[in-house]
Ligand binder design. Structure first.
Ligand code: FES
Ligand SMILES: [Fe+2]
Length: 424
């Protein structure tokens, strides 16, 4: 797909930044985006530079790096990143790029190491990124201190790990405090990943997020999910029925007794947290709505926690129930290719085969993820057509999509402006 042709802007000199700015300045709010935002390779590069390298991203969970030497890796576009637990429980993040000749250092998605050793020529780094050993032939005056790993900003709270690839990230203290508060009952140091999956969707990352931000499609597509899920999560939602409001009031009173946060909290459009009941009579997102793990999470004593929903734009959402949690991470791989990673979390002392069966635990979201993958891929194929033109979102059913698209446009314009100011 050619950016210039598809956007009808007839100049080879117009950069992707200028094209995006022009298209956004004439966009109709409340409508889906122009075609190039979903399929153009230059706009995709812009997304990676201006959104994924300039916004805080959800990377993984602290329970994945429980002790010294545990690491996880992820790729943010062309940038391989490593997050590792070092001495004194400190969490470090680095570009996973050797300072010798640039090889990727850690090749596995997770593991445990004493030192970070590059497999190419064995340059060896301390867990805090200092270069310890660079072979014997680098000369007497070789300065190890000049060749430490390049750091990446990392923050953690409520069991979530976030990275930011720019040098001067904005503060996310408010999010960190909020997560600590909402996740306190879950005692996120006492959690483990029971099972995980990664699926590739042949769709732009924004279509994956748009699809997640509405349940307009749920009735037609998600029978397994709708065994337990409420299609809305707010008594002020125009669709909220009297019986939903009564259920919410009853459950909120139960949660209050146990000091379980449930209030709807927004941080701009980037974050949204709220606890909402599941369908009356169900306690977990499982095929039969019953507990998928016998042992409850954290300090919880009542399995009926509904679902704490947590959104972190641009790349994560999650559901925390009484017995388990499901967290999702979205990473773009190309203009029309995205990887969605799902992790099912349980209490770390829950015993596989006794307290939970991972195959049962994952069934609802495996089915739902696959259904969503097909929806996003068909959405992509239609958008690629010459007949595509932006269509209207429903304010009642798709306000979450409107919020996401507004957030994206605002951040893209803001970050483009900053980049232009820096380069001029
Ligand atoms: S590239 Fe890493 S040791 Fe040579
Ligand atoms: Fe869905």
């Amino acid at each position: 797909m050619n950016l210039i042709a598809s956007s009808q802007l007839n100049s080879h000199l117009i950069s992707a930044r200028e094209v995006a700015t022009t298209l956004l300045s004439r966009r109709e709010p409340g409508f889906s985006l122009d075609q190039p935002f979903y399929n153009d390779s230059q706009i995709f590069s812009l997304d990676m530079q201006e959104i994924f390298e300039k916004e805080w991203l959800f990377a993984g969970m602290t329970c994945e790096i429980p002790t010294k030497g545990n690491f996880i890796t992820l790729d943010v576009g062309d940038n391989p990143i490593i997050i590792v637990r070092g001495a004194e429980n400190r969490i470090h993040a680095f570009h996973n790029v050797c300072r010798h000749r640039g090889s990727r250092i850690c090749l596995n998605e997770k593991g445990k190491v004493a030192k970070l050793v590059c497999g190419y020529h064995q340059w060896t780094y301390e867990l805090d990124g200092r270069l310890l050993f660079a072979g014997s032939d680098m000369g007497e005056d070789f300065d190890l201190a000049s060749y430490g790993l390049k750091p990446v900003n990392v923050e953690s709270a409520g069991g979530f790990l976030f990275v930011h690839l720019d040098d001067n990230p904005p503060s996310i203290d408010q999010l960190l405090e909020t997560l600590d508060h909402y996740l306190e009952p879950y005692q996120m140091d006492n959690v483990k990943v029971a099972v995980e999956s990664s699926i590739i969707e042949q769709a732009n990352w924004k279509l994956v997020i748009e699809n997640n931000r509405e349940c307009y499609h749920c009735n037609g597509s998600h029978p397994e999910l709708l065994n337990s899920l409420q299609e809305f999560d707010d008594s002020d939602d125009p669709r909220a029925t009297q019986s939903y409001k009564e259920l919410v009031a009853r459950k909120q009173a139960d949660w209050d007794k146990e000091n379980i946060p449930w209030q709807l909290k927004r941080i701009g459009k980037r974050n949204r947290l709220t606890r909402t009941p599941l369908l009356d009579g169900t306690v977990s997102m499982t095929m039969d709505g019953k507990q998928g793990c016998k042992k409850l999470m954290g300090r919880l004593t009542n399995p009926d926690m509904g679902s704490l929903r947590i959104l972190n734009l641009p790349n994560s959402w999650s559901h925390f129930m009484g017995d388990h949690a499901v967290v999702f991470r979205v990473l773009p791989l190309g203009p029309q290719k995205t990887v969605v990673t799902t992790k099912w979390l349980v209490h770390k002392d829950a015993v596989e085969g006794v307290d939970y069966d991972p195959e049962e635990l994952r069934k609802v979201w495996d089915a739902t993820n696959d259904q969503d993958r097909r929806l996003a891929e068909q959405n992509q194929r239609g958008i690629n057509s010459k007949a595509y033109q932006p269509g209207p979102y429903s304010k009642t059913f798709e306000f979450g999509v409107i919020d996401f698209v507004d957030w994206y446009c605002e951040r893209l314009l803001n970050n483009i402006e900053q980049s232009s100011a820096q380069s001029s």
